[in-house]
Design a protein around this ligand. Structure first.
Ligand SMILES: [Zn+2]
Length: 502
């Protein structure tokens, strides 16, 4: 679903014309950042909205990367943080724990105890008095677009990619400061941003990148102008293909090649568009895209490379069933499927990555009446989809899928999660966005960029933590105001915000 395409007041064809026309001569130059190391110290970070931001150092995960970090920080002692007197939401339970002390060493939760834990001392040691506040896992978004969420479509169409990348870096910090410590990126050239975040050069969440979304000709990810066909052998690629936003493939062999290109770049899972969408450039939402053989080629290439999986954009019963038959493990959207298909997903253990797309103030009306009608159809489907997912106990993931909406991306990310209150208790919604989404991230198998347990507060898990002023299991809407209610934000054992002493 193209949430922000719904927001967008620009007629799609204008957007397409811009896509094809105005940014051709631009080339990405974000690699320039590596040429001039800013300093020998760990890079300082600033945040206008979160005053107490510590300078992060390179994640341990970056050290494992074949590419050397651009800036080598002096290595301080492994950070140790003690949270005293917190009540824990562990990502799974429906109630908070009794008061606990929680010790984080390096990037791992080392100890959770009702007994006193000795205070760490020395360099890199921090003690945080929880005063009975809630310690919970960092939030995870399973359907995100790091490069496309926080920029308006006409700006994307008319700006150099180097600028687009910097806007994305700014948005990445806002994503983390809203408590989202991990995102699964489902389309867009996020590899460089991910690397800079992992190296500590830029503040942002962990990113599970898909790279370019793979689409058939005329499919949901074919952003070429109407007359940009036929594609010539050895002809120039279209803008969105050159920049890695989408990749067009027709035939199992071409799909395999495009999949392997994304895997080569570091994709942790592969996204294919297996059916139409609300704002598809061409075709209807009911169109079935790719053949089963094409989808299977992607599944086989992805599983063989890293034991990872294909996630498919699909709304309708027919598109979802074809994708499942081809071995796809995750369906993104699915708002228009029928009940037997929900049952099938449950039986086969297929993940349903579902977005609370409803008609509210975050959705701007569309000018195109056809798209408006399809949007309303999906909005109606959202309610049915959540009911089916609950009834048949389908493994369900939360994702916001915000696109081209700087205000919503920067301020209203948590508010999208709070929309789940229409169908779920606060505990169920938070479990989905923490422990359950963490389980989905682990599906990346051998190419999981952040191996370790995510989305839980347990001994041995990765230390992505939020200290919340209040009890989100009673009032989920606390997450709508992270600046006020998230007192501490920790990712990978590093404190990025700490206002606990005020
Ligand atoms: Zn999306």
């Amino acid at each position: 679903m193209r949430r922000a395409l719904i927001h967008s007041a620009i007629p799609a064809l204008l957007g397409l014309a811009l896509l094809g026309g105005c940014t051709r001569t631009e080339s990405p130059d974000n690699t320039q950042a590596t040429a001039t190391p800013p300093a020998t110290q760990a890079p300082a970070t600033t945040s206008t909205s979160a005053p107490a931001v510590d300078a992060p150092e390179a994640d341990a995960s970056a050290a494992a990367d074949a590419n050397a970090p651009a800036v080598v920080a002096a290595r301080p002692a492994a950070p140790v943080t003690l949270f005293r007197n917190v009540r824990v939401f562990d990502g799974k339970s429906s109630a908070l724990s009794e008061p606990r002390n929680v010790l984080v060493r390096g990037n791992i939760i080392e100890n959770i105890s009702a007994d006193t834990i000795e205070e760490p001392t020395g360099e890199g040691a921090t003690v945080i008095d929880g005063n009975g506040r809630t310690l919970m896992p960092g939030l995870i978004d399973a359907h995100w677009h790091a490069l496309l969420a926080g920029i308006q479509m006409p700006v994307l169409m008319t700006s150099p990619m180097s600028y687009v990348q910097l806007v994305a870096a700014h948005q990445a910090e806002r994503t983390l400061m809203q408590g989202f410590t991990t995102v699964r990126d489902l389309g867009g050239p996020a590899f460089g941003l991910k690397r800079a975040i992992d190296e500590g050069l830029v503040v942002g969440p962990r990113i599970y990148p898909s790279g370019a979304m793979i689409s058939q000709t005329a499919g949901h990810g074919d952003f070429r102008t109407l007359y940009e066909v036929p594609r010539l052998p050895n002809g120039m690629l279209s803008f969105s293909e050159r920049e890695g936003i989408s990749a067009i493939a027709d035939s199992p062999d071409e799909v395999r090649m495009r999949v392997r290109e994304q895997l080569r770049m570091g994709a942790s899972q592969i996204k294919l568009t297996a059916g139409g969408g609300v704002n598809s450039p061409y075709g209807d939402i009911a169109s079935i895209q790719f053949t089963e053989q094409e989808l299977r080629a992607a599944v086989e290439a992805t599983e063989a490379w890293g034991g990872s999986y294909v996630t498919a954009h699909a709304y309708t019963t027919a598109a979802v069933r074809q994708a499942i038959a081809a071995g796809v493990k995750v369906i993104d959207h699915g708002q228009l499927i029928d009940e037997p298909t929900a049952q099938l997903m449950s039986e086969k253990g297929i993940w349903w990555s579902l977005q609370p797309l409803i008609d509210n103030e975050d959705m701007m009306p569309m000018r195109d009446p056809g798209m408006q009608q399809r949007a309303l159809e999906v909005f109606r489907g959202t309610d049915n989809a959540y009911r089916l997912a609950k009834k048949h106990k389908v493994k369900t993931a939360f994702g916001a899928d915000i696109l081209f909406s700087p205000h919503v991306a920067a301020r209203r990310h948590g508010a999208q999660l709070a929309l789940l209150l229409k169908w779920y208790t606060p505990a169920e919604a938070l479990k989905m966005a923490t422990a359950d989404n963490g389980e989905l991230m682990a599906l990346s198998g051998r190419i999981n960029p952040y191996p370790g347990r995510l989305g839980v507060v347990e001994q041995g898990a990765l230390a992505d933590l939020l200290l919340v002023d209040g009890n989100p299991l009673e009032n989920l809407r606390l997450i709508e105001n992270p600046d006020r209610n998230f007192v501490v934000i920790m990712k990978n054992g590093r404190i990025f915000k700490n206002t606990s002493s005020r």
